[in-house]
Design a protein around this ligand. Sequence first.
Ligand SMILES: Cc1cc2nc3c(=O)[nH]c(=O)nc-3n(C[C@H](O)[C@H](O)[C@H](O)COP(=O)(O)OP(=O)(O)OC[C@H]3O[C@@H](n4cnc5c(N)ncnc54)[C@H](O)[C@@H]3O)c2cc1C
Length: 399
Amino acid sequence: MVAFVQPERIEVDALIFGGGICALWTLARLRREGYSALALEASALGNGQTVASQGIIHGGVKYALGGLIGDASRAISRMPEIWSACLAGRGEIDLSSARVLSDACYLWTTPRIGARLAGVAASRAIRAAPRRVAPQDHPPALRDAPRSVDVYRVGEPVLDVPSVLHAIADRHQSALMRVRFPDGVRLRRSADGIDHATIRDADREVEIHARRYLFCAGAGNADYLARLGSAVASFVRMQRRPLHMVAMIGDLPMLYGHAIGPSTTPLLTITSTRNAAGATIWWIGGGLAEEGVHRDGSEQAEAARLQVATLMPWVQTEDTVVRTVRVDRAEGAQAGGVRPNGPVVQRVGNAVFCWPTKLALAPQAASMLIKEMPETPAHAQPMIAWERPPVARPPWEQD
Ligand SMILES: Cc1cc2nc3c(=O)[nH]c(=O)nc-3n(C[C@H](O)[C@H](O)[C@H](O)COP(=O)(O)OP(=O)(O)OC[C@H]3O[C@@H](n4cnc5c(N)ncnc54)[C@H](O)[C@@H]3O)c2cc1C
């Protein structure tokens, strides 16, 4: 005999899909403001872009290079302040247990390009403006640079991203649920968008009825758009901008910052961490990662070695191991596929889609999502025993 099991029914103010920085920041904000919320993660928290990110809390300097002081620079200029307050335990969410890898980023360049940086430094649109650093104060990785290389410091902190995810997830464990995608998640549509979501594991089915369904699953939002059909997908579109990142591993000095060239994108953006064996990992993005999407892995590794040797000939890299990783940035679609100026939030009925565009912009993305919520909370936080998702490991630690 087959027993019919009535699914459990839960009501919440917000059901969030995803578990990267956008989903977690929004979850923490919603709960702080009295809303009940659950977040469904399909694999590990931050898997995709967040753990692959370089952890730089941009304040707009990168956008302003080349004199482009526009909407993007202005939108992002408040972000280091907001994050710093959270890291100090007195902000809109508590990140006091997260690890700051560096208080600042460095820009290194040639005297000719230095003039342009001076222009950026003078701009009032950029709160964390770059300041020239005297040679005796250069960070260790730039200490042996020739005098013709100018070094600037900019107060954009660099964070250990897994520790940020832990800081939020540890406080909101009971609101996080690991789901099997695609089979373990169903969406029932209604005239207003979504009637409810059903999640299933081996022996249990739970129907979640929410007042808002917030899609913060990065590239995974595309799967939900496809499921919701043209009534939603014709209004909400996603774009991917691929990167071919490089991990250079070995006995390297710690370094956080950008090698500035003639274009508006830094030639190299380097952040550093150490692995369990004590080796330094330079996680390298910037122009190298953008232009490298057309190269295969070994060509990209070769290009990375050449670029580092050309731009930083004073650093010994011969004994390093180089690996490359492809990862797409997932964003709200823009005409011509350009980078959006800020977070993209689009609502159709009770379904709201969000791409923050930058890790640094997560606070702004969460505020925009909260504006799409009904004004007052209506449901108590549900308590549900369910498998909790782990925090993802960074790409250089994955197989
Ligand atoms: C290489 C790289 C470097 C970057 N460096 C920086 C930087 O230094 N500073 C900065 O400000 N920004 C940076 N960014 C941008 C930043 O990382 C992203 O904008 C941000 O992390 C996006 O967060 P997210 O939560 O929207 O998406 P993601 O981080 O991609 O998270 C999506 C989450 O949803 C989950 N998921 C996927 N599919 C489903 C599904 N079907 N159901 C449920 N869950 C699902 C995933 O497992 C993941 O946990 C970088 C991006 C890249 C790719």
